[in-house]
Design a protein around this ligand. Structure first.
Ligand code: MG
Length: 162
């Protein structure tokens, strides 16, 4: 078995839609970035790549490349999972912490979990989504940004030798 860790932060700004874990959340502000800036998909994808020793999403999807402008990050995550699968690995489980002062994520955690389970090819019991506020301090607490931490375990796929 191998584990990987991922982290991402994006600024919360006016005039952008908010995507977290592939879920579009109705909110007056969204995350700024070259792609759709989905911090959850980015952190999970980096954890998957890290577990397989395949670098990070910045190497695979550079933000200087116009091909990735406005990229749907669920596509990015699905492609990363497929790449790791081709290397002989299966994703085992995933645990995520989303750091956001706003919006309140309690009502959205189940839908984000279901999305991540689908994208990772896992049952929902193998995916966990936690949400923390910034306790009103720092860039998270002042609602200037949303961040995400992710840990992913991978194991050799049945009958394969990575
Ligand atoms: Mg990012």
């Amino acid at each position: 078995m191998r584990v990987g860790i991922g982290h991402d932060t994006h600024r919360l700004v006016e005039g952008r839609p908010l995507f977290l874990g592939g879920l579009k959340i109705d909110h007056p502000r969204g995350l700024d970035g070259h792609s759709d800036a989905d911090v959850v998909c980015h952190a999970v994808a980096d954890a998957v790549l890290g577990a397989a020793g395949l670098g990070d999403i910045g190497e695979h999807y550079p933000d200087t490349d116009p091909r990735w402008r406005g990229l749907d990050s669920t596509r990015l995550l699905a492609e990363v999972v497929e790449q790791v699968r081709r290397g002989g690995w299966a994703v085992g489980n995933c645990d995520v912490i989303i750091h956001a002062q706003e919006p309140k994520l309690g009502p959205h955690k189940a839908a984000i979990r279901a999305n991540l389970a689908r994208l990772l090819g896992l049952s929902e019991t193998s995916v966990n989504v936690k949400a923390k506020t910034g306790e009103l301090v720092g860039p998270i607490g002042r609602s200037e940004a949303i961040a995400c931490h992710a840990v992913v375990l991978i194991q050799p796929a049945r009958g394969q030798d990575p």
